[in-house]
Design a protein around this ligand. Structure first.
Ligand code: PLP
Length: 431
């Protein structure tokens, strides 16, 4: 990809042509949420205009058309991440997927849970068991495990990061033991942009008999992802970060695991038979999809995935790597700016979080917004990581396939002016 192609791509994204603060919008906040191409907006509208009905229920033709569209969307999204259709459960977002898992594990920890109690036993946690996460997790992949440990008496441990934010793999080797039941970690950090060694960590966990949960929120939108090849047991991602609408995400699980795991939410559409005293549940994915599902959102997410696939995930990844390197090299060269994560030249995705010494991240965000540049400021839902790196808040610029090198350069130019604007000339002085 190059800037010429990106300019063509931008024509597909109506929101990007607007002005803010009288300046052309420079949207560098796709790590938080991405924008939608016309094909995604049209897919959702077409669904409501032509096929809207409840799925898996009605005998009428609209219901059949809606069900076809919904299940076709599942096959498309599952194929995109290397999964089979029955291995992909729709969720509201990644957070919902992780909570679903954590609550299903605790349901397995109650005696007689689900309608397959003997199979569910393999997920049961008790005092003495350990759940392992990393110090760089988004709160969505931390708090559900904290709560699971609280409910079951298991112990939560974490793999620490070094001063550059890289996982300390020698610590991972020490911490993954026969007591480890679950290893949950992010593929790509939403703060550091670092790509974690999934295969290596998964092999360590599997050798110890632990299950692996991958947070693919910041990888599924940005690089080719084959969950089977990575050999993880479960994974989650969010549609709104990969050109899709809000309200839709997915939980991947190996088929035999999903079929054995007790459900979290119960109710309509996930059962085979119900009496006044008990219920029997459908196999996955339906056993995890109680109630009316986000149907139009699933259809629109499939359109997003088709857009990404047609553009080419390898090409998108290469382009974002180029933008990420430009971003980190430029920020690193600015006096008084500290970039988190891998140093320039080391592998990272197209995002960079940085601290402007002496200027609060919220002031940095305001300064950039006045110039039409949209970034994210704060702790990015990763307070423990910020604490470890000695910071409370940073500014994060995150690029996607629709960002040009010129936009990155404009951010760098503005970033170079921040300390002067706020009158901070010596390190650590000022606000
Ligand atoms: N995990 C990571 C790494 C993220 O970046 C995010 C969102 O920022 C999430 C999980 C949670 O995603 P959502 O809010 O869509 O559930």
């Amino acid at each position: 990809m190059d800037d010429v192609e990106v300019r063509r791509i931008r024509n597909d994204f109506p929101i990007l042509s607007q002005q803010v603060s009288g300046k052309p919008l420079i949207y560098l906040d796709s790590g938080a949420t991405s924008q939608n191409p016309l094909s995604v907006l049209e897919a959702e509208q077409e669904f409501y205009e032509q096929r809207n009905a409840a799925v898996h229920r009605g005998a009428h033709q609209l219901a059949v058309a809606a069900t076809d569209a919904f299940e076709h969307a599942r096959a498309t999204v599952a194929g995109f991440v290397g999964a089979k259709d029955n291995e992909l459960v729709w969720t509201a977002n990644a957070t919902a997927g992780l909570n679903l898992l954590a609550y299903s594990f605790s349901n397995a920890s109650r005696s007689g849970a689900g309608n397959q109690p003997s199979q569910a036993q393999r997920f049961a946690l008790a005092p003495g068991d350990e759940v392992l996460v990393t110090e760089m997790e988004h709160h969505a992949n931390l708090i559900p495990w904290q709560e699971l440990c609280r409910r079951t008496g298991a112990t939560l441990k974490f793999i620490p990061v070094d001063d550059d934010g890289a996982l300390r793999l020698e610590e991972a080797e020490r911490l993954i033991t026969g007591r480890t039941r679950i290893l949950a970690f992010t593929h790509v950090s939403n703060v550091l942009g670092v790509i974690n060694p999934v295969r290596e960590l998964t092999a360590l966990a599997h050798n110890a008999g632990a299950l692996v949960v991958l947070d693919a929120c910041q990888s599924a939108p940005h690089l080719p992802l084959d969950l089977k090849a990575l050999d993880v047991d479960f994974a989650v991602f969010s549609g709104h970060k990969m050109l899709g609408p809000t309200g839709i995400g997915a939980l991947y699980g190996r088929a035999e695991l999903l079929d054995a795991l007790p459900p979290f939410l119960t109710g309509g559409s996930m059962i085979t038979t119900v009496t006044m005293s008990e219920a029997r549940y459908l196999p996955a994915p339906q056993r995890f999809e109680a109630g009316t599902q986000p149907i139009s959102q699933a259809v629109a997410l499939a359109a997003a995935v088709n857009y990404l696939r047609e553009t080419g995930m390898d090409r998108i990844h290469r382009w974002e790597t180029e933008l990420g390197q430009r971003l980190v090299a430029g920020l690193d060269a600015i006096d008084g700016v500290r970039v988190l994560g891998p140093k320039p030249g080391r592998e990272r995705t197209g995002l960079a979080a940085f601290d402007v010494q002496g200027v609060h991240a919220h002031d940095v965000g305001q300064f950039l917004d006045d110039r039409g540049i949209a970034v994210r400021v704060g702790h990015h839902c990763a307070q423990p990581l910020h604490r470890r790196l000695g910071l409370t808040a940073t500014t994060r610029a995150s690029a996607y396939l629709y960002n040009t090198t010129d936009e990155v350069d404009q951010l760098l130019d503005a970033a170079g002016r921040i300390r002067g604007y706020f009158g901070v000339t010596t390190r650590g002085a000022g606000v």
